[in-house]
Every structure is written in C-alpha cells, then in structure tokens.
Ligand binder design. Sequence first.
Ligand SMILES: C[S@@+](CC[C@H](N)C(=O)[O-])C[C@H]1O[C@@H](n2cnc3c(N)ncnc32)[C@H](O)[C@@H]1O
Length: 249
Amino acid sequence: MTAGTLHIVGLGPGGVEHRTPAAARAVAEAEAVVGYASYVDACADLLHDRQRIVRGRMGEEDARADEALVLACEGARVALVSSGDAGVHGMAARTLARAAELDEHERPEIVVVPGVSAAQAAAAVAGAPLTDDFAVLSLSDLAMPWSRVEHRLRALAGSGLALALYNPRSSRRTEGLHRAVAILRAARPGATPVVLAHDVTRAGELVERTTLAGLDAERVTMRTVVLVAGDTAVDAGPWLVALRGAVPA
Ligand SMILES: C[S@@+](CC[C@H](N)C(=O)[O-])C[C@H]1O[C@@H](n2cnc3c(N)ncnc32)[C@H](O)[C@@H]1O
C-alpha cells in the first residue's frame, strides 16, 4: 500500500448543514480535491489555497476516478467528492472497481465517506414516504441501455414499493420520464401521491405534491428527485407517510 489516501466523499444534498462532519474533515484535510465542478463548488467553504483542485466535467467520471487514484498512488491525501451519498448513483463504485485493478501493493488506502442522499433529504421534507420498503432507480440511459432501465421499472411498478427516481430528465433526455410515467400509470392508481423535490436543501428548494395522474413531466429537471409513493402511503395531516401496517386499497 502507498502512503497516499483516497477519501470518496458524499457531500450530502447541497446544504452545508446536511454535510457530515466526517465529509467536511476529509475535504478540509485533503491535499487534492477532485470532483465534478459543481460538486467542488458545493464544498468551496472547505477549500484552501494549498490544495490542488481538479474540477471535472460531466461524462468524464472515469477520468476523475483515475486522476484521484493516481494522485493518491503518488502519496497525496485526496478527496474525490460526489453529491449526496457517493454510493448512490455517485462515484464510489466506479472508483473502487478501478482501484481493484491496481496491484495491491500500489493501492492507496481508500475510505468511502457516506452522505445524505437526495431521496432521504426529499422524503424528510415531504414527511416520511420512504419509511416502508422503497427502491431507488436512475432514469439515465447514459451508462445503461434504456431497455434495461425500463425492464427494472416495469418490475417495480407492480411491486407496490415506494420509488425514488434519480436523474429523471435533462434537457437532452426528455422521453424517458414520459415512458416511465406511462408505465407507472398503467400499474398504479392515478391518485398515487408523487413528490417532485427540486434543489432540496439548496437555495431555491421547492417540494411539490402531485399525483401520478397529475404529474407534469415539464416540471422535472436534473435537479429534481421524484418520489412515487408506495401502496402503504397515507396522508397524515400535512405529511405523506408510509405506514407498513396500512392495507393497500
Ligand atoms: C448523479 S445523481 C447523484 C445522486 C447523489 N449521489 C445522491 O445520493 O443524492 C444526480 C441526481 O440526484 C438527484 N439529486 C441530487 N441532489 C439533489 C437535490 N439537492 N435535490 C433534488 N435532487 C437531487 C437528482 O435526481 C439528480 O439528477
């Protein structure tokens, strides 16, 4: 093992108060901070001028993982930053997979620092819609063909599980969400509660309640996580809650 260390850090959903002390320490004590530019910006308050800062672009995730590993192999203390939890549609898996290819004696110490994921932060604003069983899906077809995304969604649509949909729609990927909503509408009642949570814990946070029938895909962006209630969800005053004992209608 080399003297370097690599912390793969989940920064949380955006708000500094939702970033863990362990994540903050890993970034502040790093000699090099590597990440997609807007995630580096999200921890700007922790950066200082003695650090090497590597700001990456969308679609260059493997290059970022490699750069972080190379710097750590050279002996640096490195923080590779992700939003939310690095293990939930973040940088952890691809980075560990690439690290596993290194000779064991050349591999730096690697620590995955967990963070608050967008679905958890969104659920907390809406109430407790993910308290019963739930599944997390990404609707992105960048790293997986859409046919596989759709296969998973169809399997889950009839399951009654609450769903958290990440990467639901971008300016380029607009069709997938329409197809996903059509699949869900065919399998679940139109009155199924849906939460559109935009920029949770960030400036401009907006959390909207709608239903599967009323869901307007145009309201959804890459900064939205979509929560589709499961079959044990009920309204409790202003909150949407999933009560495991609730009987499906
Ligand atoms: C590449 S994934 C990163 C997920 C992240 N690792 C996590 O655990 O939250 C990006 C997607 O996460 C969701 N997301 C991340 N942060 C969010 C936030 N603060 N508010 C709403 N959605 C968010 C959006 O669906 C976005 O398209």
